[in-house]
Design a protein around this ligand. Structure first.
Ligand code: SF4
Length: 451
């Protein structure tokens, strides 16, 4: 049986599963996390600790049809400035709940479109964040930049606040595909943004591409990658397009007839993977690629790679504080998601309350299973000794869970007393293997294709 037949046999081309950027996935969050619990978790952070900060800007000038991000279209900047006022108030509320001396090792501005903010709003928001969470010389500040929504004054403001990495969404450079997915962004516009970023001394560039888009072929994705490589990004995230119009209504504008089937999706991924490997990029986890000089590659080689809501990271902080509507925080005790609706979020913050929406309190063997899934998605190897050293469970218990997961994939996943190992040819099964390690009921309709 060839490898595609093997992968089909294990359900790769039929299954919908979580992306496992968290465990449990956000679809399992519930209302057990109250503002009081949220406040207790903030207060339990060690004085002087380093944390990661995520700022969510849920606005875009126009909504691209393919995008399932939680964001809203706006033509006017007045709701955006009002939202920045609220974010600054939330930062003050969070700061007051924290012990002294907490610093920011990482700050990420995501959305939505952070670069929709006028320069004055960028400056006052960054001043508020950096005052509440001082950085060190080793801290990283990354910003998602929309090449259609950036200009010299905004780039100057981002450079002044100390941005160290820019993240640019490309998706695909093919004009026909861009029209079908409702996201027009020429190569020249993208190049101008990259040149503007580098001219300001910001040399770390992350880019996002999608495979599985309508009308995408192997030749087209290879051509898009060649164009992308001419920009010389340090990192490339190659995500599978998730067509979930029952969850992201605007995706109904994308004709399903033009979507590649699951086996073609895997071939598109493999074409992209080969093209990037020829150019010297190393694969990181299931869907990232990085230059050998990049810190993500070094983290992968040294076994320090981690997985978070942004994908892969070398961030080792055990606390992530999410700020803004729908933003998710992670604590050693569990997850908290802010109110998702901007109006509800603003109402809570303006009342000087924490905008706690829902979350998850870790219990049972959540932390053990979360770490197993993270090891799988980062290293394709789950080490029994590593888990025992982290005091996450007994070797007997860990081996029992791993053996049962491996038994579901005979001939593909190797189990031994050392742990579970996934060879290269079976890497496409990673999310399905993670599903075996997941103790929760998962509704397939709430998730995207396993490939
Ligand atoms: S792709 Fe970016 S600009 Fe388009 S809707 Fe999504 S977040 Fe907004």
């Amino acid at each position: 049986m060839d490898q595609y037949s093997q992968l089909r046999r294990f359900g790769l081309f039929d299954a919908n599963v979580p992306r496992y950027t968290s465990y449990p996935p956000a679809s399992k969050f519930n209302d057990a996390v109250t503002p009081d619990i949220h406040r207790q978790w903030l207060g339990a952070i060690r004085p002087g600790a380093q944390v990661s900060i995520y700022l969510h800007i849920p606005f875009c000038r126009r909504l691209c049809w393919f995008c399932a991000c939680r964001t809203q279209g706006t033509r006017s900047l007045s709701p955006v400035s009002a939202y920045v006022d609220t974010l600054i108030q939330e930062i003050a509320t969070i700061r007051a709940a924290l012990p002294d001396g907490v610093q920011a090792a990482r700050i990420h501005w995501g959305g939505g479109t952070p670069t929709l903010l006028p320069p004055d709003d960028i400056v006052r928001l960054s001043d508020a964040v950096l005052t509440a969470f001082p950085t060190t010389s080793a801290s990283e500040i990354s910003v998602e930049i929309d090449p259609n929504e950036i200009d010299a004054p905004r780039l100057d403001a981002l450079a002044r606040m100390g941005m160290t990495r820019a993240s640019i969404g490309v998706q695909d450079f093919d004009p026909e595909i861009q029209t079908i997915i409702g996201r027009e962004q020429s190569y020249d516009v993208t190049l101008a943004a990259v040149e503007g970023i580098r001219a300001r001394g910001i040399h770390s560039l992350n880019t996002d591409l999608l495979y599985g888009l309508p009308k995408q072929t192997r030749a087209r994705i290879a051509s898009s990658i060649q164009m992308l490589l001419s920009l010389n990004p340090d990192r490339i995230a190659l995500y599978g397009y998730a067509h979930v119009p029952w969850m992201a209504k605007r995706q109904a504008l994308i004709p399903t007839d033009d979507l590649p089937g699951p086996e073609t999706r895997l071939r598109l991924f493999e074409t992209a993977q080969e093209t990037l490997a020829w150019d010297g990029y190393r694969q990181i986890g299931i869907d990232h690629f990085a230059r050998s000089s990049d810190s993500l590659t070094q983290a992968a080689e040294q076994g320090r790679l981690r997985r978070n809501f942004q994908g892969y990271t070398d961030d080792i902080c055990d606390v992530l504080i999410g700020l803004g509507a729908s933003a998710i925080s992670k604590f050693p005790q569990g997850f908290v998601q802010n109110q998702a609706a901007t109006a509800k979020y603003q109402k809570a913050v303006r009342a000087d309350a924490l905008p706690t929406g829902r979350g998850h309190v870790f219990g049972g063997d959540d932390v053990l299973r979360a770490r197993m899934i993270e090891m799988l998605m980062c290293d394709f190897h789950i080490s029994v000794d590593g888990l025992v050293a982290e005091r996450l469970g007994s070797a007997k218990r860990i081996r029992g869970i791993l053996r049962r997961a491996a038994d579901a994939f005979p001939g593909q996943v190797h189990y031994s007393a050392d742990g579970l190992h996934v060879p290269d040819r079976a890497h496409p099964l990673a999310r399905l293997i993670a599903r075996q390690l997941d103790a929760y009921e998962i509704e397939p309709s709430g998730h995207s294709s396993a490939i």
